[in-house]
Write a protein that binds this ligand. Structure first.
Ligand SMILES: *Cc1c(COP(=O)(O)O)cnc(C)c1O
Length: 389
């Protein structure tokens, strides 16, 4: 294992040696047929993961670039976008859309809760939106969205469904060929980044468009974008020996390897594993007097945001934990200092998480809190056992 520390922030996530090895392969020219084969395979594997018959785009950038690509290629200046926000990353679509002169409305959930479906229904009945964004899991709150409810509502309104999967893709099923209640009710765009549940270092923006979304791009004609314009990338994604802008060759080696690992495990199995990890971590940490921000029914399988027990200082907690080689993240916005976030996704294993639960208990003891580590470990194992059976 090359990793010296256990990186449990909600992205980047632990990278395994096979992926590091791929990353450090000899760099080839981007038109070298040996690289072109790998790029083609990475694109095919992306299509397989998302089960799309549309087009996928894998470009140098981060998740935010994929968010921008989703918006600028589907919603024109003066057209309307609705954002269903479960926190900080949902909210990011607002300034993004405004930067392109898009009219944007937002439904913001109270942090830790889901947006009320009746409000979504009302909004969609009042206004014709070109597209609606859903953040599959919001990394600030640890709240997961209910696609079974949201996708049909949005599609019946005639809007496109744009799914931000940055902290969900490859952990939760994002099946673009799945019909949600009606053959036309499908997710139109899934966007993601490399560094969360896929388990590659940061550096790739990944996005899939179905045929409806591709047509929406065609109908827009000229758009205020160049690097983000999928029309510039389409020829390359159809034939990766062509050139538009140099692909991040080594990142694509790493991504191709990561997808091999993901597809070998299988998305159904991965989803089960992530659900179990989320439950196990929260159940264990609750015994320490920590409280998850999201109720269990709406909690994300990939990460959790938990408030500290009385008297525990955020900086001391995270500093002491990092001295033990375990890195977790602070909370965002108004929760900063009051809560922390722990990722349990991608290449993370049950034994890594069990180790983290133990070390968190020891740090709490160091900071003067009485906790029962054995009880926490038992809770952790109980939840995981449900997954194994
Ligand atoms: C991390 C994240 C983003 C932003 O991705 P970057 O790679 O940091 O640009 C967007 N949406 C969600 C849900 C995220 O978790």
């Amino acid at each position: 294992m090359k990793n010296q520390e256990l990186l449990l922030v909600p992205g980047p996530t632990p990278v395994v040696d096979a992926i590091y090895d791929a990353l450090s392969s000899e760099t080839r020219g981007h038109t070298d047929p040996r690289f072109v084969e790998v790029f083609k395979n990475a694109l095919l594997q992306t299509k397989e993961l998302l089960k799309t018959d549309g087009e996928v785009f894998v470009v140098a950038g981060s998740g935010t670039l994929a968010m921008e690509m989703a918006i600028v290629n589907t919603v024109g200046r003066g057209e309307k976008l609705l954002v269903i926000s479960h926190g900080y990353f949902g909210d990011r679509f607002l300034p993004l859309a405004k930067a392109f002169g898009i009219e944007v409305d937002v439904l913001q959930a109270e942090w830790g809760k889901q947006v009320d479906l009746t409000l979504v229904e009302q909004k969609l009945a009042e206004t014709q939106y070109k597209a609606v964004t859903i953040t599959h899991a919001d990394t600030s709150t640890g709240v997961v969205s209910d696609l079974e409810q949201l996708v049909p509502l949005i599609k019946q309104s005639g809007a496109l469904v744009i799914l931000d999967g940055v902290v969900a893709t490859a952990a939760l099923d994002e099946n673009m060929s799945k019909s949600y209640g009606h053959p036309d009710n499908k997710i139109d765009i899934v966007l993601t980044g490399s560094q969360k549940a896929i388990g590659v270092p940061p550096g790739l923006a990944i996005i899939a468009f179905n045929q409806t979304a591709l047509e929406a791009r065609n109908e827009l004609g000229v758009i205020p974008a160049y690097y983000s314009d999928i029309h510039n990338w389409l020829p390359i994604m159809k034939d990766p020996s062509k050139y538009f802008a140099t692909p991040p060759v080594n990142m694509i080696y790493a991504y191709n390897e990561a997808l091999k690992i993901v597809l070998e495990e299988g998305i159904e199995q991965r989803e089960k594993r992530h659900v179990a990890f989320g439950r196990a971590v929260r159940s264990a940490l609750k015994t320490y007097g920590m409280t998850p921000l999201a109720a269990e029914e709406v909690a994300a399988p990939t990460l959790s945001c938990l408030s500290y027990p009385e008297g525990i200082d955020d900086i001391s907690f995270r500093t002491n934990l990092s001295k033990r080689g375990i890195i977790v993240a602070g909370a965002l916005a108004h929760l900063a200092g009051k809560a922390f976030r722990i990722g349990h996704m991608g290449n993370t294993t049950a034994s890594m998480l069990e180790h983290a639960v133990r070390e968190i208990g020891e740090v709490l003891q160091e900071l003067g809190k009485q906790v029962n580590i054995d009880e926490a470990i038992n809770k952790f194992k109980e939840e995981l056992a449900l997954f194994v059976n």
